[in-house]
Design a protein around this ligand. Structure first.
Ligand code: FE2
Ligand code: FE2
Length: 490
């Protein structure tokens, strides 16, 4: 009996761990839910109403209309579920974009199916979705958009359907990984060329040698113009991508890398006005990047998030120890632990204001409050106790929330370990460094800060190893090389 209970407990634990995220799925307002519902109904109407136009209408037609209508409606909701599963923090605006693109493609099939190739209708939206919401969502969207044809009279060539699926899948898979606008441009050139060649091989009626380009173009005029149109629509999609990013809050890899540019005005300000914080940020980037690589997380996201995590310190740089440079500590002059705690909390609140002003995407802004979680400001709490102030611990804790993703949790751990590792003696052994890292991570864990992050024990072990590796690198950098007259410049 005990064995069964243990097995059940284990199964329940494994089931819970497999559910990502455990908490905090995006809340969608009633209005947004209504909009999404109405768009889904429109998609279903667009996809099925032509069946009702057959005359005379009999029961089997009505039944087949009902079936198509339900099928389109369920497909829309499956698409939304997949997108939520792939992006737990997906916003309602992004879901609206997803279903609107499906609606647009169904409408364009009704209006343009006989004149425009389905490739030009389905591939460009797949590019937007894969870039902004991930490959799995894009693949699901492509399957629904390719399979559901509102006009039963339009028969697609089997080979064309196959080419469409292959090209759209390639775009969906690569689109999710592409890291620069230049690679996107390459994709928008190579996919139309690929589709042109495969269409010519599989569909082309008059197969004339490719060497005689002009004759070939005339003979396969349709295929050529369709591929050209696909290239043009893809290029326009890339051109308008920044607008999509800004309106729908899409976080593409290209946008992440642009935000990680250290010449961005906010980061430049940080390096000039709070050089200590900037140095601390760079070190944390190194720690967090290494740890994220170890556990297979999103490296671009954490690198950018780490860069902006403490921008709030710009509101009062000299109130933070790393920027004091031996000068007076304003906290000593203030001599009020509660006010000092408020200054610390302000670096989170002001950081969020900076994020709003600079239109930072939400996943990046989330690093600002979550890297502090609800941690206790131990130093000032201790000071308050020394002064015999009858004060609740609550006033000496950050407002949170605690890290909601693996990436923000890693940043919190890196933030905690950075100062300790930097302060460590150059001659400290690996064992001592690992002990320091373990103690810091354990204290965060014990405090419940990692409860919502979904980090497993194995991943925490890997994070410790990654931090140790970075510490070894730092130590190596600090070792002074002996110089002599002969090797000064080598
Ligand atoms: Fe901070
Ligand atoms: Fe920090």
């Amino acid at each position: 009996m005990q064995n069964i209970t243990t097995t059940l407990k284990k199964l329940f634990y494994l089931w819970r761990r497999s559910q990502v995220p455990i908490k905090q799925p995006t809340r969608i307002s009633k209005i947004d839910n209504l909009i999404i519902f109405l768009i889904s109904i429109l998609i279903s109407i667009f996809s099925s109403y032509k069946i009702l136009l057959i005359s005379p209408l009999n029961i089997s037609d009505i039944f087949s209309w009902l079936l198509t209508f339900t099928e389109a409606f369920i497909s829309s909701w499956i698409l939304i579920l997949v997108s939520k599963k792939e992006n737990p923090t997906i916003s309602s605006r992004q879901i609206i974009l997803l279903v609107t693109l499906l609606l647009a493609v169904q409408a364009s099939k009704l209006a343009l199916a006989s004149t425009i190739s389905p490739l030009s209708m389905i591939i460009p939206p797949a590019l937007i979705i894969s870039q902004g919401m991930g490959s799995i969502t894009a693949l699901t969207w492509v399957s629904i958009a390719s399979l559901s044809w509102p006009d039963p009279a339009v028969a697609i060539n089997e080979n064309l359907f196959f080419i469409l699926l292959v090209c759209a899948s390639v775009v969906s898979l690569l689109g999710g990984r592409i890291r620069s606008r230049a690679q996107l441009l390459q994709l928008s050139i190579f996919v139309p060329i690929g589709s042109f060649v495969t269409q010519w091989i599989l569909i082309g009626k008059d197969k004339i040698s490719l060497i005689d380009n002009q004759e070939f173009a005339f003979a396969n005029g349709d295929i050529f113009s369709n591929s050209l149109l696909l290239a043009i629509v893809m290029l326009f999609t890339i051109l308008f991508m920044p607008i999509f990013e800004s309106i729908f809050g899409l976080l593409t890899k290209a946008r992440l890398l642009e935000l990680a540019d250290k010449e961005k005005p906010l980061i430049r300000r940080l390096s000039l006005e709070a050089p200590g914080t900037f140095e601390h940020t760079l070190l944390i980037c190194g720690l967090a990047e290494e740890a994220t690589r170890m556990i297979g997380g999103d490296i671009d996201l954490i690198k950018t998030g780490a860069l902006y995590h403490d921008v709030g310190k710009l509101h009062a740089p000299n109130w933070f120890i790393e920027n004091q440079d031996g000068s007076k500590n304003p906290h000593d002059e203030l001599d009020d632990p509660i006010k000092s705690a408020e200054v610390l909390q302000a670096h989170v609140d002001e950081g969020l204001k900076f994020a709003r002003k600079n239109r930072l995407p939400k996943p990046i802004a989330n690093f600002i409050p979550e890297h502090q979680g609800t941690l206790k400001m131990g130093y000032f709490f201790q000071k308050a106790k020394e002064k015999n102030l009858d004060i609740n611990e609550y006033y000496f804790r950050y407002k949170g929330p605690i890290p909601q993703s693996k990436e923000t949790a890693i940043l919190m751990l890196a933030d905690g370990c950075e100062a300790a590792l930097r302060a460590m003696n150059i001659n400290a052994s690996d064992k001592e460094a690992l002990e320091t890292i373990t103690n810091i991570i354990f204290s965060r864990q014990k405090d419940g800060q990692l409860d919502d992050s979904n980090l497993s024990k194995g991943e925490i072990f890997l994070i410790k190893k990654a931090f140790l590796n970075v510490w070894k690198r730092i130590r190596h950098r600090r070792i002074q090389y002996p110089t002599s007259k002969n090797n000064t410049f080598s």
